[in-house]
Design a protein around this ligand. Sequence first.
Ligand SMILES: Cc1ncc(COP(=O)(O)O)c(C=O)c1O
Length: 397
Amino acid sequence: MHQLFATRAARMKASEIRELLKLLDQPGIISFAGGIPDPALFPAEAFAQAFQQALGADSRAQALQYSASEGYMPLREWIAGHMRKIGIDCGPDDVLITSGSQQALDYLGKLFLSPGDTALVGWPTYLGALAAFNAYEPRFDRLREGGNVGAAQYRAAAGLGAVKYAYLSPDFANPTGETVDRQGREALLDLAEELDCALIEDGAYQALRYDGQAIPPILALELARKGDLQACRTIYCGSFSKTLSPGLRMGWVVAARPVIAQLVLMKQAADLHSATINQMAVHQVAQTCFDSHIPKVRATYRARRDAMLAALERHMPEGVQWTRPEGGMFIWLTLPPGADGAQLLARALETVKVAFVPGQAFHPDSSGANTIRLSFSNSDEATIAEGIARLGTVLRG
Ligand SMILES: Cc1ncc(COP(=O)(O)O)c(C=O)c1O
């Protein structure tokens, strides 16, 4: 049968690491692998009430019915208000609801990439973005922040295809936890102008800042330059997954109308719309408790990040370096040259029952063998201290 598959299918391979990590949900393993929220932080009671209300006599006909591809209007209005609070002046018609921000990444690949076109991505970058874009048979090139590579070089390297967009998560990126400063964001906008390409701003972790000054989203900076969302080339992807719940699959896109209109057509063709009842429930919960809930999420993850940083300081041998994220869920370790994250994982699992994700998978060119990603979001402080101590023994051994 596989000879019948389209050429794109050959590029879509199960990652060995993902397969391995599936086996990790066993007692006794301390896992820093999955970048998932702590379920204890889900506003579960608020969701129970919201679903009950949506299924009440007054709204069940709507909740269980088909609905608009653009999304549930009250939720789009809430999101527009949320975006305005972070500096992006927009209205509900500038918002498309997606089934998680992952769906937005898939649609944006579909919208922009013809085979051979170039997508600029961080090295490393979010694995799910690579997987989503990869299906559209692009060429990946390394987005180098700091401006030492100019538009002409990117264009020359792109060959016959065009550079269609740069993708990045400027706040507390997955997998590095790093944040792009304001100057870096402005430089990216300059580069996008020069390249005449789109900029995909992935705001999945934007709300999870634990300290330091908030930096305006790239779309906010572009809006400040241009004064009109319709003139902007930045496409903002947001998500409720890291703040309220990933299981409901609720994300959104804010962009200029022609982009939104085309994405709406894609959504119609792909899944008609995101689940009506989930949109109603998320709207209800966002409206009643987003602002009071987020500080709790931040406080919990801040303490876990601090615990992991302190444990790394105590237990890592000479030659290991790590990021100090101001938010998000991840710390990125660089081991001495020649070390191999995948081999380390095998050893750590076998000898001390600690899991993490080797960094190679986040690099389109399979570089980064000596890097690993640790997530601090789903373990309490004592477990983090114990897990990092164990990891230290493997690294020294
Ligand atoms: C950087 C980044 N973007 C997007 C996503 C997708 O999230 P969702 O589809 O749940 O919104 C994730 C999930 O881990 C992520 O880390």
